[in-house]
Ligand binder design. Structure first.
Ligand code: ADP
Length: 488
């Protein structure tokens, strides 16, 4: 049996069941799994371990709710989202605390995420009433065409653990605005934020069956079952490229509309004419926001040779000064990473890169004791092709290599199968524009260490994904175009 969990600092008990058709249930098997606090590895909550039967029941509920919800006046759907935005904002500190407890992130990161996450509900509340179509005249005359947009249908939303609120609201906001119904499979490390969000959405008036949530340890079978259900029309996934490829293959069987936000390997380029202090500020954001556990995190730094030593020294001083500890402790800038697998991977990448010839300037050693902690780490003299450059580290590690001219740095930056985001620091705007046009990435931050914004079309090229989230483009992913042709 699952019972709602009372977490100190959160005013109402957090649901721990499977949420289907507007009601909370145990998993059909009765099984549960534990959610750990990554700061001390104690059990934070015990959550229903949803089954393939549960996900089928969730698709039943979403399918039954679809016609009514698709026909809901857009203003009403927008108002649901606006009320959810207001509820999240009113409970911002509680949501932030919950994210810190299940994910580990520092309070400042959790609060920033909550603001960003809630903003997707506000943005799409405003977009719901602006879904439009048009009226066209055939070139030969006579025929008229009315172009209209309809909700795609039942969607499966699979989310990661690094931004438990924002990665979900970025999908839920447009889905609800468009009139789609959804089944959510949250990440197993961080299901609680999604479950609390489901409660907030129900209180905001989202009808039963529109949003269903199936937490599970058995992602593989639960997701595959939903993907094989002929009533499903769309998959929206945020996670690793490896899993994204599996899901794209499964999506092919039913030709599902597919949106994929996959891995990144972001280069952070510092030119010799950059304002170095601004570049270090940007680097701290691009690298240390969310402890480096972001697909947008700067993964490799390329600094023009003449300023490389100065940049490394300044960055190491700032990184070394970050206080590491429990995310909710006063003054802490870096909490634990989410789980053992993640911290072990970071440590392996650092050790392999050092063995390949890199030098540690700060950090570089995993502390002993409970909790999944890793210190802010700066590596210099990082060889091309080493683990820290090739793999997505997903942790607080800044590997620095040098370059001599723009052609060289473009070659280095683009030599990856990934293409999510790149960062460029230069005071020469034309140079910044030239570089950003030649960088093979879906997003480029010029003199900025963070690019995410609800009004910007977030997404990557190459193996970083398909489709865009946020902005008008994000809504279009949940709409299909139909036209009606008739003679006059
Ligand atoms: P990460 O490496 O960030 O944990 P994953 O791609 O493994 O990213 O996980 C992202 C989401 O995909 C999570 O909700 C996870 O449960 C889910 N997932 C993992 N493996 C599979 C799979 N084989 N099929 C479907 N979903 C999966």
């Amino acid at each position: 049996m699952t019972t709602d969990v009372q977490i100190p600092g959160i005013s109402s008990p957090v649901p721990t069941g499977v949420f289907i058709g507007g009601s909370w249930r145990d998993a059909s098997s009765g099984a549960t799994f534990d959610v750990l606090d990554p700061a001390d590895e104690t059990v934070l909550a015990t959550v229903a371990d949803g089954t393939t039967d549960d996900v089928t029941a969730a698709v039943d509920a979403a399918h039954a709710a679809l016609p009514g919800f698709a026909a809901t006046p857009p203003r009403q759907r927008g108002e649901m989202l606006r009320r959810a935005f207001e509820a999240m904002t009113a409970r911002a500190d509680e949501f932030a605390l919950l994210m810190t407890r299940e994910n580990g992130k520092a309070t400042a990161d959790a609060k920033a995420e909550l603001t960003y996450a809630a903003e997707f509900f506000r943005w799409f509340a405003e977009e719901a009433v602006r879904i439009d179509g048009d009226y066209r005249v055939a070139p030969a005359g006579g025929t008229r065409t009315i172009v209209t947009r309809q909700p795609v249908g039942v969607c499966l939303l699979v989310t990661p653990w690094n931004f438990p609120a924002a990665m979900l609201t970025r999908k839920l906001g447009p889905a609800i605005a468009a009139g789609c119904t959804v089944v959510v499979k949250p990440a197993e490390d961080t299901p609680l934020t999604a479950l609390l969000l489901a409660q907030v959405l129900a209180e905001a008036g989202v009808p039963d069956g529109v949003v269903n949530i199936v937490p599970t340890l058995n992602a593989k079978d639960v997701v595959a079952t939903a993907m094989a259900d002929p009533r499903l029309r769309k998959i929206s996934f945020t996670g690793s490229t490896e899993v994204g490829k599996i899901l794209l293959k499964q999506a092919a069987d039913q030709v599902l509309v597919s949106s994929m936000e996959l891995g990144g390997n972001a280069p952070f380029v510092v030119c010799d004419d950059a304002d170095l202090d601004a570049a270090v500020d940007g680097a701290m954001l691009a690298k240390m926001r969310n402890g480096g556990e972001a697909c947008t995190a700067a993964n490799r730094f390329y600094v023009q040779s003449s300023v490389a030593d100065a940049f490394a020294e300044k960055l190491a001083a700032r990184m070394g000064a970050v206080q590491v500890g429990r995310g909710d402790d006063e003054g802490v800038g870096l909490g634990p990473l989410v789980n053992e697998e993640t911290v072990a991977k970071v440590d392996r990448i650092v050790q392999a890169t050092v063995e390949a010839g890199a030098r540690v300037v700060t950090g570089g050693t995993r502390p002993s004791g409970p909790g999944f902690f890793y210190p802010p780490t700066v590596l210099v003299d990082v060889p091309a092709g080493s683990a820290a450059v090739v793999e997505e580290t997903f942790g607080p590690v800044a590997p620095i290599a040098t370059f001599s001219d723009d052609a060289e740095v473009l070659e280095l930056a683009n030599s990856t199968p990934f293409g999510l985001v790149a960062y460029v620091f230069t005071q020469d705007l034309a140079r910044g524009l030239r570089l950003s046009e030649a960088l093979e990435f879906g997003m480029v931050g010029v003199n900025r260490g963070v690019v995410s914004d609800p009004a910007a079309p977030f997404g990557g090229v190459k193996q970083s994904g398909l489709g865009r989230e946020g902005a008008h483009e994000g809504l279009a992913e949940y709409l299909s175009t139909k036209y009606v042709s008739f003679p006059l």
